[in-house]
Design a protein around this ligand. Structure first.
Ligand code: GFB
Length: 312
């Protein structure tokens, strides 16, 4: 049974922080259905890493609700090679926005984390309470530490000041607005681009990073946005909530699915000089389901939609 809303978005002033990103863009699309007064601001006007800029913006806008989707994000290689940027920028963005939100009396804040917050060898599927029970995956521990700090900020401001700040932990995402740069992207857009270009050029093979054996869970970003808006309305508690599809696939299987979707008929070559990262990362989504959301589209459907909109 779906819990009754504890927060009504209709008529509220809502700021999507990070609206130019993949997640923020999806939230803006989804929130257009909620009858709220949406506000956004670009980095050219407010640099979220600067505390004074964030404080001035929030003091002038005074939103009722914030979706905190702004973040420095990237795939395994970007995370692994730019640790300072991933740790510093994410910690600053979160701390600035969460503290200033408290100062101006924001009624609801939803912080977006990531399933990489969990220990590398967490039990699968990963329950929310696995947080901080073991060492992190080294390729993304910088980003993970920043995201864990964001969850803890929400909890701390709830405990000390009674703020209704919640945290959602999306799994690996894909969809409109994704990054297709092969050096900094995640695996799914990278494979779509590689397969598309290989098909066009008539290449004999496609290079997949790592062994192909890691397992990942993928969620379409529009499904994520729908789940997060649902949580904003029905959820108010200290513990974060996993948001995933509940299904996993190996990277090799993903590469095969991408090749079939794109129509590339060459072979796969696995470049084991590249890192595998965490071996498995499947969210336990029973809490999300118990809160009344269970709408994830099948990967094959989302992949076809994404390929057509990005390359069709
Ligand atoms: O999506 P991805 O970059 O990030 O890589 P993570 C997932 C898996 O796909 C790894 C493999 O095992 C990669 O080695 N892979 C195969 C590829 N071919 C490719 C390719 O062409 N490009 C990329 N990028 N990967 C990220 C974290 O981890 O997940 C972030 O680094 C964040 O912090 C994000 O949490 C959701 O799933 O390993």
């Amino acid at each position: 049974m779906t819990p009754s809303p504890v927060f009504n978005l209709s008529g509220k002033k809502v700021w999507v922080a990070g609206h130019r990103g993949m997640v923020g863009g999806a939230l803006v699309r989804r929130l257009a259905e909620e009858g709220c007064d949406l506000v956004t601001v670009g980095r050219d006007q407010v640099d979220l890493v600067r505390q004074s800029a964030v404080e001035a913006w929030l003091a002038s806008e005074k939103p009722d609700c914030i979706f905190l989707a702004a973040a420095k994000v990237g795939g395994i290689q970007a995370n692994n090679t730019r640790p300072a940027e991933f740790l510093y920028e994410n910690m600053m963005i979160e701390a600035n926005i969460i503290h200033a939100a408290h100062q101006v009396g924001v009624k609801k804040l939803v912080f977006l984390g990531s399933t990489c917050i969990y220990p590398k060898m967490a039990p699968q599927p990963i329950p929310e309470h696995a947080l901080l029970t073991g060492p992190l995956e080294p390729t993304n521990e910088w980003y993970a530490i920043a995201k864990i700090a964001g969850i803890k900020l929400c909890q701390a401001y709830r405990r000390q000041y009674g703020c209704d700040f919640i945290a959602a932990q999306p799994t690996n995402l894909y969809g409109p607005g994704d990054n297709y740069d092969l050096e900094s992207s995640h695996v799914l857009p990278a494979l779509l681009r590689k397969a598309h270009e290989a098909k066009l050029s008539g290449a004999a093979e496609l290079v997949v990073w790592g062994s192909g054996s890691p397992r990942r869970e993928f969620l379409h970003v529009d499904d994520l946005a729908d789940a997060v808006v649902h949580l904003a309305k029905v959820y108010s508690d200290e513990e974060h909530v996993n948001v995933g599809s509940g299904s996993e696939i190996t990277i090799k299987e993903l590469a095969e699915l991408v090749c079939a979707t794109v129509g590339f008929q060459g072979s796969l070559r696995f470049d084991v000089s590249k890192p595998d990262g965490t071996p498995r990362k499947l969210s336990d989504v029973s809490k999300l389901h118990s809160l009344g959301w269970n709408q994830a589209r099948p990967l094959q459907v989302g992949l076809t939609q994404t390929y057509q909109s990005a390359f069709g």
